[in-house]
Ligand binder design. Structure first.
Ligand code: FUC
Length: 734
């Protein structure tokens, strides 16, 4: 059976087929054989809510599908990690492809690729002289996964399409549609629908599969959803997903492939194209290698600036792919988890991991992608208040344990400053945009409430000093008062609260009270070997190689310690960071990337770059995802943020251009990074020296900004919405 919509797409088949074996662009990951392994070789696509790992086989394509809200668990009042629930996997789509003649075997020429500049996965191969092309993307505007199979000769496609549910729910086939509806152990209802269309040939349902024969081309559209809503009052459940899934599928099926593709690319590029990075040029011979071999070559000789640019943009690609407004935030494995018992439940870890996922959101110009995290923090307030009171007694506000799910349920050990750290994200979304309405309506109430938690929870020592009681420097015991990690994050919270209150000109008296609390907080201390102390007692071991750098929060992502404002403490932080070693006790992708940001903030470009090299050498998989193991996304996001910090910083009351430029990037440029104060910045440099910069002030941006490059400091006045062009000496160009 043929479907009318498929006929609409026929005119563009040949055009695509001729593009099939074109050279990959500079932001394209590519491979010369299909993926065998989901975590290291398959390639991720996503629209924030739906995601897939694509394998790109020749005789069989496999698409590992997921949807963001497919979680077991509940509000988990016990706080027991074992009952918190876990992120699940939705379904597998397999497309078994039979050749036109049974004698066909092998692909004479094969390539699969992921084009980061358009968010399109493509497989191209030639078999018995026929060129086959398979294109796949996950559309945000249309909320569907779309795959299209074409060939440069008619009637080449015959085979079977299966949809296998991740929880053994039965698949029903109706005509050209496959449908699975099921429910998880916590009652969460979900549904997946897949529609097949073809031009030429036939399609028919057979049992629980769809068979197609002698088709010129085949198009597959998949929609999926659950009945999750991010609303505690509705007990996190909404309507049966059936209707919305069916409507999304019907709307996509009515739309031509060309139009679906156009809308997808336009939407994606609206975000992705905001930032361009050029840190040098890789010799063509190296740049033309398949990505896995290029990584191997990097391990021998790391001179591959284009690969480092790709790593930077991959973090942006993954954030666009796993965190869009209205969706859930990116978890440990994002939408690309393959298991119903994933490591650490593929959860939200509050002691570094989920925060790192969001470090690039503001500086790498993807502020919209921050929204899911901020919305979930807001939605969690009520259940978290209850859990917090049960654990901490009569306190206002809320905090969280080390892990949480999507239903306000926490698990494992209390991470007392978790909500204060979350407040940094809530604040930064304002600090970068200066959107007062957001500050007033969303950010300020959360900042104030968490500030009140600490007002109630801090412990006063006999001399009036305030310490966070019974804290833990993750994941590094013992439990005791005044742990630097806690003290620094509470300082950060109070500072953010005070600046928010001042910006809105509200709660003057309470602000005075909070300013006094901040003044009395036990501050950072320098210990006997010149280190920044991790605990109140001066007992840090210079041989301690722990992977966490919790006591350096104040350097990055915090702002209590900076080279410009607290140089002695910055020196002590450097001593501690050096002592902790490259990645500490175990090589984890996120450990390289936190250290990259830390070294950048300490203005050591060589060490920051060394962390990029380490990550690419030891902790990325052939598909460039971070290797924990298994894959973990935080490092992919963290490295993007670290690179931003190497090029532009804005945490210390000034916009600092090229604060940590490494020798490996002598000449280059970056366009579109954001700086606090509602500013957007382009920077160009040559032979390690600034040659020009462009500063754009957003509508709500600051009127005056202090700009630094090296020892050169100027003060700029910028009209709203205006652009200022500067030369290498930071002087306006005429
Ligand atoms: C923290 C880290 C681990 C891992 C886990 C998900 O506990 O120490 O390395 O990343 O989160």
């Amino acid at each position: 059976m043929t479907r009318p919509f498929a006929l609409l797409i026929a005119p563009i088949i040949l055009a695509t087929a001729s593009l099939a074996l074109a050279e990959p662009g500079p932001l394209t990951l590519w491979y010369d054989s299909p993926a065998q392994d989901w975590q290291s070789q398959a390639l991720p696509i996503g629209n924030g809510r739906l995601g897939a790992m694509v394998f790109g086989g020749v005789d069989e394509e496999r698409i590992q599908l997921n949807v963001d809200s497919l979680w077991t668990g509940d509000e988990n009042t016990s706080g027991d990690y074992g009952s918190m629930g876990a992120y699940q996997t939705l379904a597998d789509v397999s497309i078994e492809l039979r050749g036109v003649s049974p004698a066909q075997r092998g692909a004479e020429e094969y390539r699969r690729e992921l084009d980061l500049s358009r968010a399109i996965h493509r497989v191209c191969y030639t078999k018995d002289g026929v060129k086959f092309t398979r294109e796949m993307f996950c559309s945000h505007p249309d909320q569907v996964v779309v795959a299209r199979l074409t060939a440069d000769r008619p009637k080449q496609y015959s085979g079977i399409i299966r949809l296998k549910d991740g929880h053994q729910a039965a698949t029903e086939a109706h005509g050209s549609r496959l449908v699975v509806a099921g429910a998880l152990s916590n009652g969460l209802r979900y549904e997946t629908q897949l529609e097949v269309a073809a031009s030429g040939g036939t399609i028919e349902a057979d049992g629980d599969v769809i068979r197609f024969a002698q088709c010129d081309e085949v198009t597959i559209v998949v929609a999926a959803g659950t009945d999750y809503v991010m609303d505690h009052e509705k007990q996190w459940r909404g309507d049966n997903p059936h209707r919305q899934v069916a409507e999304q599928l019907a709307a996509a099926v009515k739309t031509s492939y060309g139009e679906l593709l156009r809308r997808h690319v336009e939407d994606y590029r609206g975000l992705f194209d905001r930032v361009a990075l050029d840190v040098g040029q890789t010799p063509t011979q190296r740049a033309s290698l398949p990505t896995n071999r290029r990584l191997e070559a990097y391990r021998e000789d790391p001179h591959d600036p284009d690969l480092e640019e790709m790593l930077f943009q991959y973090g942006r690609y993954l954030l666009i792919g796993s965190s869009r407004p209205g969706c859930l935030p990116a978890n440990l494995q994002g939408l690309w988890n393959n298991s119903n018992q994933p490591p650490w439940n593929s959860d939200y870890h509050t002691n570094i991991n989920v925060q790192m996922n969001y470090w690039p959101a503001e500086p790498a110009n993807l502020a919209e992608c921050h929204e899911p995290l901020i919305r979930l923090i807001d939605a969690f307030r009520e259940p978290s208040r209850k859990a917090t009171r049960a654990a901490f007694g009569e306190v206002r506000g809320f905090t969280l344990r080390t892990s949480h799910n999507i239903y306000g349920g926490h698990g494992w050990k209390w991470n007392t400053p978790a909500s204060a750290w979350y407040c940094q994200h809530v604040w930064e979304h304002y600090a970068f945009s200066r959107d007062k309405q957001y500050l007033r309506e969303t950010a300020y109430p959360i900042l104030k409430e968490v500030t009140q938690f600490w007002e109630d929870h801090l412990k006063e020592l006999p001399d009036g000093t305030l310490v966070a009681p019974n804290g833990w420097s993750p994941e590094h015991g013992p439990d005791e008062d005044g742990v630097s990690y806690d003290q620094q994050i509470v300082w950060d919270l109070f500072t953010n609260y005070l600046e928010a209150g001042a910006a809105l000109d509200v709660d003057r008296q309470y602000r005075d009270r909070v300013a006094d609390l901040r003044r009395r907080l036990l501050g950072p201390k320098i210990g006997k070997w010149g280190q920044l102390q991790e605990w109140v007692e001066d007992r840090d071991d210079p041989g301690d190689r722990h992977r966490h750098t919790s006591h350096l929060f104040a350097v990055y992502p915090g702002r209590q310690i900076s080279v410009a404002q607290t140089p002695e403490l910055a020196r002590a932080a450097q001593v501690s960071l050096k002592a902790r070693g490259e990645t500490g006790d175990s090589r984890r992708e996120w450990a390289w990337t936190w250290r990259c940001g830390l070294w950048a903030r300490l203005q050591n470009g060589e060490m920051a770059h060394h962390m990029i090299e380490g990550l690419l050498t030891y902790n990325v998989l052939p598909n460039l995802l971070g290797n924990h193991p298994p894959l973990q996304l935080d490092g992919s996001f963290g490295i993007t943020a670290g690179i931003c910090e190497m090029l532009v910083q804005s945490h210390a009351g000034e916009v600092h251009l090229l604060p940590a430029l490494p020798e490996a990037w002598p000449t280059g440029s970056v366009r579109g990074l954001r700086a606090r104060g509602g500013l957007e910045v382009d920077v160009r440099w040559a032979n390690g020296v600034l040659v020009g910069a462009t500063i754009r002030r957003a509508k709500d941006g600051v009127a005056t900004c202090k700009l630094r490059c090296g020892a050169n400091v100027v003060t700029l006045n910028i009209e709203p919405g205006k652009v200022v062009e500067l030369d290498g000496k930071l002087q306006p160009r005429q």
